[in-house]
Design a binder for this molecule. Structure first.
Ligand code: SF4
Length: 225
């Protein structure tokens, strides 16, 4: 009898990506940070603003902020009150307004957005998750897999991550062992968009899921039809 899932996780995750990406492209799903792919400075700022913030609010804040200043030099010279007013719809606007100014100032001094995890994580308001995402969306570099709540949740459901693994960098390491290296970068945006539309946090759409036959549905108890 044919196994339900290929034994080889690398082959299974490649098949998952090959099925999902065209469907998500067709749906037009994009995170706000993805809108700036290939533009390192807006990727840094949108990644910072997007933390714990709804996509529509991140997008609005980006539009308002970049209408005031669109280079690191110009943004570093904005008044705190003006940045705060521009981004007031994101979570933690007070902290983020200061991060925007301080990070812009450092990037202006350095001359460009840095291209290593260590240097990015030294910028105010940039943690490991943002740094990994910035490397991919800003520069096309993927030394690790960026893990957020969608990537972690779906990784468990797909049987790629142990349900007991909580720490994002450990989740990333478990995923990297089972996902082909050329998919490490696109895996995060793909899973974020998949998690927002099909593999929902509550009652995922398993019956109509395009990778249903490739998924052991670990921990899924209730689905929507
Ligand atoms: S089958 Fe269900 S749990 Fe598995 S990936 Fe699809 S929606 Fe998620």
């Amino acid at each position: 009898m044919k196994a339900m899932f290929p034994d080889d996780d690398l082959a299974r995750t490649r098949e998952i990506a090959e099925r999902l990406q065209p469907i998500l492209d067709e749906m037009g799903e994009r995170t706000t940070v993805q809108l700036y792919q290939g533009q390192p400075f807006p990727v840094v700022i949108s990644s910072m603003l997007s933390a714990r913030t709804r996509e529509e609010n991140t997008e609005m804040a980006m539009n308002r902020l970049f209408a005031l200043a669109d280079t690191p030099q110009a943004m570093s010279q904005l008044k705190y009150e003006d940045v705060l007013e521009a981004i007031k719809m994101v979570q933690y606007p007070g902290n983020k307004a200061q991060y925007v100014i301080d990070t812009s100032s450092l990037i202006a001094q350095q001359g460009s957005v840095p291209q290593t995890l260590e240097e990015l994580m030294a910028l105010p308001g940039i943690g490991w998750k943002s740094a990994v995402l910035i490397l991919w969306l800003g520069f096309g570099l993927a030394p690790e897999i960026c893990v957020d709540v969608h990537v972690a949740r779906i990784g468990i459901r797909l049987g790629l991550v142990k349900p007991t693994t909580k720490q994002p960098q450990k989740v990333s390491r478990e995923l990297m062992a089972k996902i082909p290296e050329d998919l490490w970068g696109p895996w995060n945006p793909m899973m974020v968009n998949f998690g927002r539309t099909i593999c929902l946090r509550v009652r995922p759409k398993c019956p109509t899921c395009p990778i249903n036959d490739l998924c052991p549905k670990i921990g899924v108890q209730d689905v929507r039809t």
